[in-house]
Design a protein around this ligand. Structure first.
Ligand SMILES: Cc1ncc(C[n+]2csc(CCOP(=O)(O)OP(=O)(O)O)c2C)c(N)n1
Length: 550
């Protein structure tokens, strides 16, 4: 058996069930070996599409995903998506063909290890026919066990060699148990909760990964804490009366007010970065701050903390809840009947009054988002691209749970939203996939509409079309700068959608949304592209905050 085949089969055996990619000569055999081993291959039209589809697939299926790339240019095309995955600690295996070490004049030659390292991914390679399967298994273990994005370089000469007898055996991976907190840490956190009058929990990606909802809700109940999440964990506490939704720039006014007034903020697997804390302003000056995280480097990385607990979120929440129970301590904390009513009344953006800017030829993005929230089935998975528009779908469209929201924004790249929607759709086939994009991000990624159609995904692609890079327009416009570089003539994106085989509608008013209702009624046998011509006289509420991060 050739090494390419042995490596592909080994990775399928280790658990890679879905591979995204663009196949060229360098990754043809390894991709086919993965397929022969039982994996599904999803051909994409651009390697960046493959990378972010796999990223979203891994995030929302909670499995390690893989991409398969041609050497050199295949990898460079995928780099933006790989950077996003690496920054998000997505367990992703990038199978990158590589030029042979001896092929020093190959057109395809670039320093692939350096490329991986430059964006925070882990470079690995198959070193020899003798070690190739063990090398691949090690790469898989780093991705799965350490939640890293790993670029596994596959030199062509090693791939083409015969795999020696006995070297095809896949070494077993150890079963890992999540680490528990120390008794001192448990006692200190229990003390802090017992002292707090207004505790708030902010749960992040780590809480999501640890599936800590139940234990966090129990502990919050005992200590009277309110619940919030970072944007990537949106939906984690859906249905809980005390859930304030997203903390940070997107937060509704009531959530911001209540978090700012907390006397204890506990970040659970949450970086407490500038986005989640509005550059620190959501954490009151006298508040005690605690951070619980598996990763020692994450603790205190963005702001000083009073207590750092290095351990698994779920294990910690359980241990502290047991401790409080043993002490017989239960506190009303932040929770009161009055507050319950306020949260029910004012907790969601969509329930707050606003002045509708729709003018008949353009629809207010809030009106559009609220109408879509009502029209589209609740069992949905929502992926949002970057841009001025992004707060509207993120905060006005509800999602069923945290797996129903896919937010590939760690690199803040525009153009990844459509890819995220495809990956999330494949991971959760029973949910309606919704891609919410700006016209800039949509047109950057448009080639993957062919993939959406080819895969038969019943996707809704809604484009908040302001015929501009709105984020830049609203940032620079008020200061009187010329805006010619960031404005565009109208594009008929509905027609482009139809060209790819989608249904396409242009929405300028509420009335036009009847076509969406009709599509929802069925048979939904083609994706729906909604080119929503939105009002864009003013920037979104969160945009100023976003630009403070540049
Ligand atoms: C790959 C990439 N290029 C450029 C930028 C800078 N940028 C941030 S938002 C934005 C405009 C996005 O326009 P659009 O998708 O239409 O959304 P809008 O801001 O109009 O709502 C640009 C160019 C970026 N974030 N990522």
């Amino acid at each position: 058996m050739l090494v390419a085949e042995a490596v592909g089969r080994a990775l399928a055996l280790l658990g890679i069930d879905t591979v995204f990619g663009v196949v060229g000569s360098g990754n043809f055999h390894v991709t086919n070996a993965l397929i022969a081993g039982g994996a599904r291959f999803v051909a994409t039209r651009h390697e960046c599409g493959a990378a972010t589809m796999a990223d979203a697939y891994a995030r929302t299926s909670r499995e390690v995903a893989a991409i398969s790339l041609h050497q050199g240019c295949g990898l460079t095309n995928a780099m933006t998506g790989i950077a996003e995955a690496a920054k998000s600690r997505t367990p992703l295996l990038v199978l990158a063909a590589d030029t042979a070490a001896s092929a020093v004049r190959s057109n395809f030659r670039v320093d692939q290890d350096a490329l991986a390292r430059a964006v925070g991914a882990v470079p690995e390679r198959i070193h020899s026919p003798q070690t190739a399967v063990a090398d691949a298994a090690r790469a898989f273990r780093v991705a799965a066990g350490q939640r890293r994005t790993v670029v596994l370089n596959l030199p062509l000469d090693v791939q083409a060699a015969e795999c020696p007898e006995g070297a095809t055996v896949v070494p077993p991976a150890p079963v890992l148990k999540p680490p528990r907190p120390s008794p001192e840490a448990v006692a200190e956190l229990a003390d802090a909760l017992a002292r707090a009058r207004r505790p708030v929990f902010v749960a992040g990606r780590g809480a999501r990964i640890a599936r800590a909802r139940v234990s966090l809700e129990r502990l919050a109940q005992q200590s009277g804490a309110l619940l919030a999440t970072s944007a990537v964990a949106k939906g984690l506490f859906n249905g809980n009366t005390w859930y304030l939704d997203v903390s940070g720039g997107f937060a509704a006014p009531l959530a911001a007010e209540l978090i700012r007034a907390a006397d204890l903020v506990v970040g659970w697997g949450c970086a407490l970065n500038m986005w989640t804390t509005r550059h620190g302003t959501l954490i009151g000056p006298g508040a005690t701050v605690v951070q619980v995280d598996l990763d020692v480097d994450a603790i205190g990385a963005h702001r000083p903390v009073d207590l750092g607990v290095v351990s698994d979120v779920d294990q910690t929440a359980r241990a502290v809840a047991d401790e409080l129970e043993a002490r017989g301590a239960a506190a009303a904390g932040y929770r009161s009947d009055g507050l319950r009513e306020r949260i029910a009344r004012e907790g969601r953006w969509r329930d707050l009054p606003y002045e509708d800017w729709s003018d008949g030829s353009r629809i207010d993005p809030r009106t559009l988002s609220i109408a879509l929230d009502d029209l589209l089935p609740a069992e949905r998975v929502l992926a949002v691209d970057s841009g001025n528009f992004m707060g509207y779908p993120s905060m006005y469209l509800s999602v069923p749970d945290d797996d129903g929201f896919c937010f590939t924004q760690a690199f803040q790249s525009i153009g990844l939203g459509l890819f995220s929607a495809v990956g999330a759709a494949l991971a959760q086939p029973r949910r309606l996939p919704v891609a919410a994009l700006g016209d800039g991000g949509a047109l950057m990624a448009i080639a993957e509409l062919e993939t959406v159609v080819r895969l038969g995904l019943p996707m809704v692609v809604v484009i908040y079309d302001d015929e501009a890079y709105g984020a830049e327009v609203h940032h620079f416009g008020p200061d009187g700068h010329p805006l010619d570089t960031v404005r565009f003539p109208p594009t008929d994106i509905a027609s482009i959608g139809r060209g790819f085989g989608c249904e396409g509608v242009t929405v300028r008013s509420r009335e036009d949304l009847k076509a969406v209702a009709e599509w929802v009624r069925g048979p939904r046998d083609r994706p729906l592209v909604i080119d929503a011509k939105v009002v864009s006289d003013r920037g979104a509420w969160w945009l100023e905050e976003a630009f403070r991060g540049h």
